[in-house]
Design a protein around this ligand. Structure first.
Ligand code: ATP
Length: 348
């Protein structure tokens, strides 16, 4: 699927602005961004539930922008699930088959197969109302898959589940998608969820696509400060570009890669992941070390998180408990090392 220059306005609200996107076949795509960034609008445009103000949607080279939702052959799962409460599980799953005139025996058989696929066997004749939240989720997924859709679209499908079930369902959904090889697009505001499931993450903000890429690529090479801050935690430091690095508060920080298109003197933001930064003894010489004062220590058991104040900036350093300096104390002075390879320079 190819999306070209897609825009959608609701009155004065520009929900989506000039989105270009290639959605490769058989992949799991997550549309990720904060509330109001336009991800649901993009999904609804893809589904045919909204008409774009501008732009086109192409499926296998054919323009489907004006094709109504029910003729697109896509399966959808909404946050609300939209199950029919008065129908049994089997009738819910086979609903689309009935509309298509598939006979009763065949419908039952197909519903049973689909329920087995989503690991919910033996509930065919149960009322939907008797199922738990996680089970209903599976019924909605089975129903959406019943017509072997070309594209599987899900809008925050797991947000109503408690944290534990939600994590389990993320893994299940990913494994199901891989088994079926079905092109899938999921809307989520949860970066961990996106990182768990997606082949490709589309990070959105303010109606625009900020970055598209594999989860790790986006984590390691965020395109801008918004992505760096939204995907995982990042230390963001304001500085000025120099010949071989960045100057921050009078300190020189060498970087392994300089961004193309920026000239020395330009205002930049330096992004360093907390697990890539290190604490060193105060005064110990070495490259890329900034003097700082310990502002807070979180001993979390599995990890230690130290917040250190460096001039105006607060730096977060995350380490394994065995790497924790024994003399770490609030107000104590330390050096924070930002290894050159871990420094990502972004246009400010
Ligand atoms: P959320 O996670 O909160 O659902 P989202 O990223 O999915 O957010 P959208 O629902 O796509 O965001 O909304 C994008 C913008 O468009 C928001 O400012 C929203 O208020 C506005 N919007 C969406 N649908 C409509 C509508 N039918 N009428 C008016 N404004 C709308």
């Amino acid at each position: 699927m190819r999306i070209e220059g897609l825009s959608k306005s609701f009155g004065h609200v520009h929900a989506l602005a000039d989105v270009d996107l290639d959605i490769p076949h058989g992949r799991f795509i997550c549309l990720l961004g904060p509330s109001g960034c336009g991800k649901t609008t993009l999904l609804r445009l893809i589904a045919g539930l909204e008409t774009p103000t501008k732009g086109r949607i192409l499926l296998d080279g054919v323009d489907i922008t004006r094709v109504p939702a029910h003729k697109r052959d896509f399966g959808m799962v909404f946050q609300s699930l939209a199950l029919f409460p008065h129908l049994s599980v089997g009738e819910n799953v086979a609903y689309g088959l009935r509309v298509r005139g598939v006979d009763r025996a065949r419908r039952r058989q197909r519903a049973e197969e689909l329920l087995a696929l989503v690991r919910l066997p033996g509930v065919l004749d149960r009322p939907v109302a008797q199922l738990s939240g996680g089970q209903r989720q599976r019924v909605a997924i089975a129903r959406a898959l019943a017509l072997a859709p070309k594209l599987f679209l899900l809008d925050e499908p797991l947000s109503a589940l408690d944290a534990k079930l939600r994590e389990a369902m993320q893994v299940e959904l990913r494994l199901l998608q891989q088994r079926l090889g079905i092109s899938t697009i999921v809307v989520t505001h949860d970066q961990r969820e996106a990182m768990t499931m997606a082949d490709i993450v589309v990070v959105m903000d303010h109606g625009r696509v900020q970055q598209v890429g594999a989860p790790l690529a986006i984590y390691r090479e965020p395109a801008n400060a918004f992505v760096a801050g939204f995907i995982g935690l990042s230390n963001l430091l304001q500085g000025t570009l120099a010949e071989d690095g960045v100057r921050i508060d009078g300190h020189a920080v060498r970087v392994a890669r300089l961004p193309p298109g920026l000239v020395p003197g330009a205002a930049v933001t330096l992004s360093v992941r907390p697990e890539e930064a290190h604490l060193r003894p105060f005064g110990e010489p070495g490259p890329n070390r900034l003097p700082a004062e310990v502002a807070f220590v979180r001993d979390l058991g599995a990890s230690v998180e130290v917040t250190a104040r460096c001039g105006e900036a607060e730096l977060l350093v995350v380490m394994a408990p065995r790497e924790r300096p024994s003399d770490l104390a609030l107000g104590g002075r330390v050096m924070v090392e930002l290894p050159a390879e871990a420094c990502v320079v972004l246009a400010a």
